[in-house]
Design a protein around this ligand. Structure first.
Ligand code: ZN
Length: 79
């Protein structure tokens, strides 16, 4: 189950999304994480490779893409 804390952490190395070095989609924090699985967010391509390799070894490969764990921040709309 995904963590719903304000600063989720990488499920492989524990790096918080608030730490420097966490990869965001197109490099923009407001776009959300660049990598994730059905188990949570992942900080980098290195941790993503480790995560999916470990799951393959454990026989727990994902069968379909996981839903986005964190929705992007909606832009402010003036009405
Ligand atoms: Zn990581």
């Amino acid at each position: 189950m995904l963590t719903r804390s304000p600063h989720p952490s990488c499920i492989e190395c524990g790096k918080s999304m608030s730490d420097s070095g966490f990869d965001f989609h197109y490099g923009l924090r407001q776009n959300g994480p660049a990598y994730w699985s059905d188990e949570g967010v992942i900080c980098s391509h290195v941790c993503a490779a480790a995560h999916f390799s470990r799951r393959r070894t454990d026989g727990r490969e994902m069968k379909e893409p996981a839903a986005e764990p964190i929705l992007p921040v909606a832009p402010f709309v003036r009405r």
